[in-house]
Design a protein around this ligand. Structure first.
Ligand code: NAG
Ligand code: NAG
Length: 565
């Protein structure tokens, strides 16, 4: 009977509020069969004439998207993705490339014309300035002034007087990969940079591994005497460091890496690097190993041997976002607390190549801070009975943590100001409980809706999964749809208003944070159990949004035919 069924169907968000048992009658169908992963949604998109190398967006009154491909930087309208402007960035001998001819590089200018592959694209939203750095012209950067919806002026950040093959303060991007976070501090602009290097890259016009450079007020290069760390010559070809993601908070700038556990080793793991955003100096440099694990539960009184703990060692992508109320409660965090959501994969032993097995771990930034603080305190106190190395000996000579003399009249603070590897890894458990088998995550973006925390996970086979993140239960997939049959979802995901922008190959696709639609929910019960923010309701014989339904649409009742018990 219709009347008796109605009260049983509660939207998901209610369940999280009330912690009710699952009361509905129509939940007999297996979950997978009630969700159609083959359905195609027609989504707004933009197709460039080459692979998209970088993408960044500017939200606000006049939303814009910046897309970088070989030799071009394009400006798109943020809501309909129509192209507004295309700036030529190469080849460097092209008469179309006005920014190229502007660079007065003197003898530093390469002899051969070069194509410009985009390596870095970062927006300073406060100043309305876009920075782009490419593969050409010794990896220098351009400063693009935005006026209205246009790149009005581009400046070449290179001063020919100040750069040589041995010391190049304007050489920023590495052919092996570079990440940039821009920090403005007392009106000065600082570039926090991390680059992968080998002996060839580090040998001439070197970008350095990690550096902080101050932009000159004249906007034609960087200040002298910048601080940096670079992998020492004997490790340059045997100890590659891959930088995957960077972000900042009020006090710190972070980089995430994948690297060998130690020089000479064969197994890889993932780390977070942290620098003070206020100091712009290397003395605040710290590294912490991040581990994402899955520990299979032993069945009650089972005689089966315990399965070993699985370690997901290769970081694939990450996003820092405030946690939603429900997950915050489950993880013992304050609502809105900032969490680093990190997607990991497993690799074969001795390999950096990820397998098709993924996990997602949530590291609260406060906990990262606490781990670093505890370790530094231990390093700098005199209660340790064992001598401990500071680590990082691919960057600096081997050093021991000193014992501080407590009877000294002034406690020695200098111990705190030396680059240090935190002694213990920080580990967390896979939020998917080992269920993401046969899947390789390539991107992650986290939003919150109502009280829920929603993970938008891109995969190597071009799909996006939208999943309710919760602890201690199976993941609840809201959407699983394809953006591309040929390309993985790129790590760069950005948000404009209520839309996320995903890149697959040449294409940018716009997907609402509430999902692409409702038609993939095949049964009425599955449709009505969808969280309210998805806006799904039952319409005659299908699940749809209200605007798409001609006829009766409701979010309360399944007709008796469908839900017959
Ligand atoms: C730029 O250099 C390439 C390779 O040397 C050459 O083929 C091309 O004609 C040059 N273009 C211009 C505009 O000089
Ligand atoms: C980091 O942790 C230390 C020690 O608990 C604390 O004093 C400091 O305020 C924390 N910093 C931030 C930015 O949370």
């Amino acid at each position: 009977m219709m009347g008796s069924l109605c009260p049983l169907l509660l939207p998901l968000s209610f369940l999280f509020l009330g912690h009710l048992a699952y009361p509905w009658k129509c939940s007999d169908e297996p979950r997978s069969s009630s969700l159609d992963p083959t359905l195609r949604y027609d989504l707004p998109n933009y197709v460039a004439h080459g692979p998209i190398q970088n993408l960044i967006s500017k939200d606000g009154q006049e939303p814009l998207v910046f897309v970088a491909i070989t030799n071009h930087l394009q400006v798109l309208h943020g809501s309909d993705l129509r192209i507004l402007q295309s700036v030529t960035t190469g080849p460097t001998n092209s008469s179309q490339c006005s920014q190229c001819s502007q660079c007065k590089m003197g003898s530093a200018r390469p002899d051969q014309p070069e194509d410009t592959e985009s390596r870095v694209l970062v927006l300073d939203t406060e100043e309305d300035i876009l920075y782009s750095c490419g593969s050409s012209l010794r990896g220098l950067c351009f400063l693009h002034q935005l006026t209205g919806a246009k790149i009005a002026d581009s400046k070449c950040l290179f001063n020919k007087m100040e750069n040589s093959p041995l010391l190049c303060r304007d050489c920023v991007s590495s052919p092996l990969g570079t990440l940039l976070t821009v920090v403005t501090n007392r009106h000065a602009v600082y570039f926090f940079l991390a680059s992968s290097v080998d002996s060839l890259v580090a040998g001439s016009y070197s970008p350095a591994s990690v550096s902080v450079r101050r932009l000159l007020f004249t906007e034609d290069g960087f200040a002298d005497g910048f601080q940096s760390l670079t992998v020492l010559p004997q490790f340059r070809d045997s100890y590659p460091i891959r930088y995957l993601h960077t972000f900042r908070t009020e006090y710190f700038v972070y980089f995430l890496t994948v690297q060998l556990e130690e020089p000479g080793g064969t197994a890889y793991h993932s780390r977070v690097v942290r620098l003070s955003a206020k100091e712009g100096e290397m003395r605040s440099y710290q590294e912490l190993v991040l581990e994402c694990r899955f520990e299979p539960k032993r069945r009650w009184r089972s005689a089966e041997p315990l399965m070993p703990t699985e370690n997901f060692n290769i970081l694939q992508a990450a996003h820092v976002a405030p946690v939603g109320d429900s997950l915050a409660g489950e993880l013992g965090l304050n609502p809105e607390e900032l969490v680093l959501f990190a997607a990991f994969a497993q690799s074969d032993p001795q390999s950096i190549r990820p397998r098709m097995r993924s996990a997602l771990c949530a590291f609260p930034l406060n906990l990262i801070n606490m781990s670093i603080y505890r370790s530094m305190k231990k390093c700098c106190s005199n209660v340790e009975s064992e001598r401990r190395l500071r680590g990082l000996h691919y960057f600096q000579p081997e050093m021991y943590c000193p014992y501080n003399n407590l009877s000294a009249p002034v406690p020695d603070r200098s111990c705190w100001n030396v680059p240090t590897l935190v002694d213990l890894p920080l580990y967390h458990m896979d939020l998917f409980n080992g269920h993401m088998d046969g899947v390789l995550f390539t991107s992650v973006y986290v939003t919150s809706q109502e009280r829920l925390t929603i993970g938008h996970l891109g995969t190597s086979d071009g799909r996006v999964l939208q999943v309710v993140l919760q602890r201690g239960s199976n993941p609840l997939t809201l959407f699983n749809f394809s953006l591309s049959d040929t390309h993985p979802v790129s790590r760069d995901v950005t948000r404009i208003g209520d839309n996320l922008l995903f890149v697959t190959g040449n294409k940018v696709t716009q997907v609402s944070v509430t999902g692409p639609g409702c038609r993939h929910l095949l049964t009425c019960s599955r449709c009505l159990r969808a969280p309210r923010f998805m806006g799904c309701g039952w319409c005659k014989n299908g699940c749809s949004r209200q605007g798409e339904c001609q006829g009766e649409w409701n979010q309360q009742c399944c007709s008796p035919i469908i839900t017959e018990v």
